[in-house]
Design a protein around this ligand. Structure first.
Ligand SMILES: Cc1ncc(COP(=O)(O)O)c(C=O)c1O
Length: 352
């Protein structure tokens, strides 16, 4: 690679974050969520890093699970969306995948395919899951049909908000609908693990926290000192220019120098996954100091205000997010969440 734009992945940090999740829920088993290319970090590399720790991985799709199996991973692989076609059931059966069953059609298909399953109840998220009052009957039906039902689960919609009563309501609904079921239970995503001990149950399902980004919203958003940042997205300065007061930078001339200014052009843009909606002032990090974004993000480049950065030069490294600039902060500035930024780092950016 000849362009110095890079996503550096700290696999030790992933391991430490996995260990933290396990330590926070010592009674629970842990299924590492590595869907969407491990939230942009490289699924096979992350799975390899966790190989000796994790007995189970979760992905979103059968295609992702196939890739994991092809990579030589024999652990339990849970497909969170389950299968949606006869071919997908065939692949699941031959590769010994575990499928989520979240609707009545999947109950019928799982009875035919005889693949191991987790069964999901919709306790309030209103996205996937069986009606809570159907859960016990479906579990019985599947078991009587010879299906290996390994767990019952649900997903929390508002666990990132510590003062939102929706989570307790979901926990109550789940407790009620699983009361007579003698199977392991799973509820907690990262926010559940970090903020809702009552959701830990038998299996925790950490995703974003494995990668060192906080799942929390509102006041608790930002950096969680218990987590270690796994991805540092960086690039380099490829041009610099001095502007007179009143001169503007970039598409739409959205940033205007209020005083004589030094502006640097950095070799990363929205085609690399840096959010085009990041506004003026979004922090980057250059030579140990914050340098604010100045002007509209272009496809392959962006511009930063380096006024007052003595000694800055072409070739200097610019951190877009990582240990110095929180991906949560960049996300908040751009009106999105860390999940979207991490999963949007494009294939053009080499992971190291
Ligand atoms: C069913 C399910 N469980 C767990 C997770 C992990 O969530 P998080 O990344 O917030 O920890 C996800 C992610 O979307 C999910 O869909």
């Amino acid at each position: 690679m000849y362009r110095n734009t890079l996503a550096r992945i700290d696999l030790d940090a992933v391991r430490a974050n996995y260990d933290l999740a396990c330590a926070l829920a010592p009674q629970s088993q842990c299924i590492a969520v590595i869907k969407a290319n491990a939230y942009g970090h490289g699924m096979l590399r992350v799975a390899e890093a966790l190989r000796s720790r994790a007995s189970a991985f979760a992905v979103a799709t059968v295609d992702e699970a196939v890739k994991l199996r092809s990579g030589g991973f024999g652990q339990t692989v849970l497909v969170l969306e389950g299968a949606t076609s006869p071919k997908a059931y065939e692949a699941a059966a031959s590769l010994k995948l575990t499928l989520m069953v979240h609707c009545e059609a999947q109950v019928r298909d799982a009875l035919q395919a005889r693949v191991p399953v987790w069964v999901k109840a919709d306790t309030g998220m209103r996205r996937l899951g069986l009606a809570p009052d159907r859960l016990a009957a479906v579990v019985t039906q599947l078991r009587e049909g010879g299906v290996d039902v390994q767990a019952v689960c649900t997903h929390l919609s508002c666990a990132d908000e510590t003062d939102n009563a929706a989570t307790e309501k979901q926990l109550d609904v789940f407790a009620a609908c699983t009361a007579g079921i003698d199977l392991p239970r799973s509820i907690a995503n990262s926010a559940g693990i970090l903020a809702w001990p009552a959701s830990h149950a038998d299996w925790i399902r950490p995703g974003i926290m494995l990668y060192g980004a906080s799942p929390m919203a509102g006041e608790s958003a930002g950096v969680d000192s218990r987590l270690r940042v796994a991805m540092t997205l960086s690039s380099e300065i490829v041009a610099m220019r001095e502007l007179r007061a009143g001169e503007s930078v970039g598409y739409g001339a959205r940033w205007t120098a209020e005083r004589p200014s030094l502006v640097a052009t950095v070799a990363i843009g929205y085609a690399d996954g840096y959010p085009r909606h990041a506004p003026n002032g979004t922090p980057t990090w250059v030579n140990g100091r914050v340098a604010p974004l100045a002007g509209t993000v272009s496809m392959d480049m962006l511009t930063i205000d380096l006024t007052g950065h003595p000694g800055a030069a072409i070739g200097d490294t610019v951190e877009l997010w990582g240990g110095n600039v929180s991906v949560n902060e960049v996300a908040a500035r751009a009106g999105t969440i860390s999940y979207e930024l991490l999963t949007s780092v494009s294939a053009r950016v080499p992971r190291k």
